[in-house]
Design a protein around this ligand. Structure first.
Ligand code: CP3
Length: 356
């Protein structure tokens, strides 16, 4: 039998919405909700020294995970970590510096180097992540659910091959088209590593998991199916049964039916997607999360409120909606604007309620 806090958590807005059950108001959280737009985050990061020390010290990771929840009545917490922890634990040597972004000291130059990669043990090499999960769960005390996450194999592969961010994905696409079997070997290694990693996060206590497929949208439809969606499907198949899952492919709007067919609980939407149309296309198969252009948070509060209403109107009646941005919040956003956005979501009344 489940204990009382677990039952109460299952009844929260976020987990209810992922099961497409009705909620009193629409749940809301933000991608990158713990981040540089918060002065308290910058202060903790300065104390930690750098970003990776912040991630690798469970007390710091816990502290910054909870910071946005102290400011805003958010409906979920997300583990503070990064998608690149797996390649780091595989020996690629990650650094993340302000203004430079992620860099690997030892990127993959050619397929023959695949031999040097092993599958990291989540309870030793990535122990700092599961320790952070256990600590955060204890500090949250069942107030809101905790989301765990990982990158999609394809997205991780692009960083591992490029050594960092590259707008054109020249090297990663050279592998994909020139050595597709080697690419599949790499992706399969990442499927195995990610499945173990997410199951360890689940065992440590996360209440839902999200796969970030930031770069799936740069692929052709055939390549997306084979090199991005199929590996994500294999991860979903390997997760502890009953865990709520969210799949987010940025730029994946044209593939929503295929994404829904994976059996994920929720689908992340970027801002280019028409939400009302997405709801018709996905139907009963999955909940929908996201859609607000993060750039709108720079606009005056009245404009932000209009945009929130537009998205809420577009979703319309029914269950299965999680409000979020279409991608991560940027460092230049005024936290007051975030507060206004969250309040507008929670205070939203559907037009028919006003007519009563
Ligand atoms: O959402 C959260 O609050 C949880 C934490 C989280 C981070 N990264 C913290 C972070 C999550 C879920 C991620 C995911 C992530 N990391 C993705 C997928 C989502 C996306 O944004 O597309 C990707 C592609 C990465 C890789 C990564 N890590 C990049 C490209 C960067 C640099 C970003 C930048 O703006 O410089 C990072 C670093 C990073 N990860 C930061 C944070 C808060 C900023 C680093 C800092 O504090 O200096």
């Amino acid at each position: 039998m489940k204990d009382a806090p677990t039952r109460a958590l299952e009844d929260t807005r976020f987990l209810r919405a992922l099961r497409r059950e009705l909620t009193d108001v629409t749940p809301v959280w933000l991608m990158r909700q713990a981040g540089r737009y918060l002065p308290e985050y910058r202060a903790t990061r300065a104390r930690a020294g750098d970003f990776m020390r912040l991630c690798k010290t469970p007390e710091y990771a816990c502290e910054v995970t909870l910071q946005p929840l102290a400011r805003f009545p958010l409906d979920a917490a997300i583990l503070f970590s990064d998608i690149l922890t797996i390649p780091d634990a595989m020996g690629l040597g990650l650094t993340i510096d302000e203004g430079v972004g992620p860099r690997f000291k030892h990127p993959l130059h050619e397929p023959s180097e695949l031999r040097r990669l092993g599958i990291p043990d989540p309870e030793t090499e990535l122990r700092y992540v599961t320790d952070a999960v256990r600590l955060i769960k204890r500090e949250l005390g069942g107030r809101v659910p905790l989301i765990g996450f990982a990158g999609s194999p394809w997205t991780l592969a692009t960083y591992m091959i490029e050594g960092g961010s590259d707008r054109e994905f020249i090297r990663a696409k050279r592998w994909l088209y020139g050595a597709p079997e080697a690419m599949e070997t790499l992706l399969e290694l990442l499927v195995e590593a990610t499945t173990q990693y997410l199951n360890a996060q689940i065992a440590a206590g996360v209440d839902a998991v999200m796969l970030f497929d930031t770069w799936g949208g740069v692929l052709t439809t055939d390549a997306y199916q084979r090199f991005s969606l199929a590996p994500m499907q294999r991860i979903l198949n390997g997760l502890k049964a009953g865990t709520p899952t969210i799949l987010f492919t940025k730029g994946g709007g044209q593939w929503l039916e295929r994404i829904a067919a994976t059996g994920c609980s929720g689908i992340g939407l970027d801002w280019s997607v028409d939400l009302a149309q997405a709801k018709r296309r996905v139907g009963e198969l999955a909940a929908l999360q996201g859609n607000l252009d993060p750039a709108i948070l720079r606009a005056p509060i009245a404009v932000i409120e209009q945009e929130v209403d537009r998205i809420m109107d577009a979703f319309g009646d029914g269950s299965g909606h999680v409000f979020n941005l279409g991608h991560g919040i940027t460092p230049d956003i005024d936290p007051e604007h975030v507060a206004a956005m969250v309040a507008r979501v929670h205070n939203y009344r559907r037009p028919k309620d006003l007519r009563r």
